[in-house]
Design a protein around this ligand. Structure first.
Ligand code: SF4
Length: 100
């Protein structure tokens, strides 16, 4: 998985088996991953949770492939940080970037 944030450094990303909380890389970043993908896959419970939190860019799917659309920047990204960090979806919890 590759993505380009605002920095000129090309980065790679990976979904880990476990959540990554308060990683030092995230603390020094302005949310490049939250602006670099079209969407985040959601479970039904995550869909409901984000809806309750006021999400406006949710995509409901009858096939169960619900998504939070983050194209051009996630609506929960505020000042380069996740405004719903404690409630962020599993994909966001397990994603980590790596420099190329
Ligand atoms: S929910 Fe939070 S961590 Fe996930 S893409 Fe949006 S701002 Fe980033």
């Amino acid at each position: 998985m590759q993505f380009n944030g605002r920095s000129k450094t090309r980065k790679h990303g990976a979904l880990l088996d476990r959540p990554v909380d308060d990683d030092s890389r995230c603390k020094g970043c302005d949310g490049a991953c939250c602006r670099s993908f079209p969407n985040v896959d959601l479970s039904w419970s995550e869909y409901e949770k984000l809806k309750a939190l006021g999400a406006n860019r949710l995509h409901f799917s009858l096939t169960g492939h619900h998504k939070l659309v983050i194209e051009n920047g996630c609506e929960f990204l505020a000042d380069g940080k996740c405004a719903i960090y404690e409630h962020r979806p599993d994909v966001c919890r397990r994603f980590i970037c790596r420099d190329e």
